[in-house]
Ligand binder design. Structure first.
Ligand SMILES: [Zn+2]
Length: 328
């Protein structure tokens, strides 16, 4: 009898498992069908061309020449009702060739158009130097440099009414795009890459992001300089607040980092804990070239910011019951 029940239960669990797999496969197929022909940020990488690649600079394990399809804006987004309609009809695919450099000791790839640019674009070594500044470059799957503007720009201009050009973008597939990364931009490029890298951190820090949001009840973050445009994710503004604070905490300006940390101690502690964990996990070979700077920031945060965060939290706890009695 017990054996029979056990058998039946086992069969049910097998059926459930098969059903779950089928549902997952169908969902993926529907998604692929809905997104077929849709432009993708960072383009679609194609096959190896067999053409000889450029010489291999130091710090890379290999370089290939590959075909790529990138997507460029063809029209003004004004006539389109939805982002989807604009993306499908207002953009055109463009075939090209990229050199794909694989960073030594990790899976990160840097993609650079083979075509010479009409401006002084940073090269593979300079892009690698920027990557190596990050707390852990391995979070980036593809760092894509492009000479074309983002196909999302016309949509952003339509929604915001401002004449805006994207300088960077990051997505959940760990692709970071730098748009027209001219050498003269200098540290602006480093900050853009850092900002986009913080988006990648946010994508994989669901718990910390929830805590970061809850901290709004205790402490008000300075308002964003611009309203971020959402492409469908309700957490866009939250992610942006995370990246803007992180960019200051990890940026090149020591005074600005301290000021930002002291102005928002509770949010800073949540974000910094994630960063410290990432710093600890990074292998020595790929340790940030700014590690000493980050360590000094960590020491400052522990001694000056953590007590302030604790005090803010404590005073909030004391304030709360008082509020609820007066509101009755
Ligand atoms: Zn952002």
């Amino acid at each position: 009898m017990i054996d029979q029940i056990f058998d039946t239960l086992q069969r049910i669990s097998q059926i459930v498992m098969v059903a779950v797999v089928i549902i997952a496969v169908v969902a993926l197929a529907i998604d692929a069908f809905r997104n077929r022909g849709m432009p993708r940020v960072g383009g679609k990488i194609g096959r190896r061309t067999g053409l000889p690649g450029p010489p291999l600079p130091e710090g890379f394990s290999r370089v290939d020449s590959r075909a790529i399809t990138i997507f460029v804006p063809a029209a003004d987004a004004a006539p389109y009702e939805t982002l989807r309609a604009y993306a499908r009809e207002g953009t055109v695919p463009q075939q090209g060739l990229v050199h794909v450099y694989r960073v030594a000791a990790c899976n990160t790839r840097i993609e650079i158009p083979a075509e010479p640019p009409g401006y002084p674009r940073i090269d593979a070594s300079e892009a690698l130097a920027l990557l190596r500044e990050l707390p852990d470059p391995r979070l980036v799957n593809r760092l894509h440099l492009t000479d074309e503007p983002s196909f999302l720009d016309p949509w952003v201009r339509k929604v915001t009414g401002h004449d805006i050009y994207s300088i960077g973008n990051a997505n959940s597939a760990a692709v970071i795009v730098l748009y027209r990364p001219a050498r003269r931009l200098g540290r602006e490029l480093g900050l853009t890459l850092l900002h986009e890298w913080l988006h990648l951190v946010a994508f994989q820090s669901a718990k910390a992001i929830r805590r970061f949001k809850r901290a709004d009840a205790v402490e008000t973050l300075p308002p964003l300089a611009y309203e971020p445009v959402s492409f469908g994710d309700p957490r866009t503004a939250l992610y942006e607040a995370w990246c803007v604070l992180g960019e200051k905490l990890l940026g090149y300006d020591e005074a600005l980092a301290r000021q930002a940390a002291l102005a928002s101690p509770v949010h800073t502690m949540i974000l910094w804990r994630r960063i410290e964990k990432i710093l600890r996990k990074a292998p020595k070979r790929l340790a940030s070239t700014r590690l000493d700077e980050f360590k000094a920031r960590g020491a400052f945060i522990r001694t000056e910011v953590a007590p302030k965060a604790r005090a803010t939290r404590t005073s909030y706890r004391w304030r709360r019951p008082w509020r609820s009695t007066t509101s009755q």
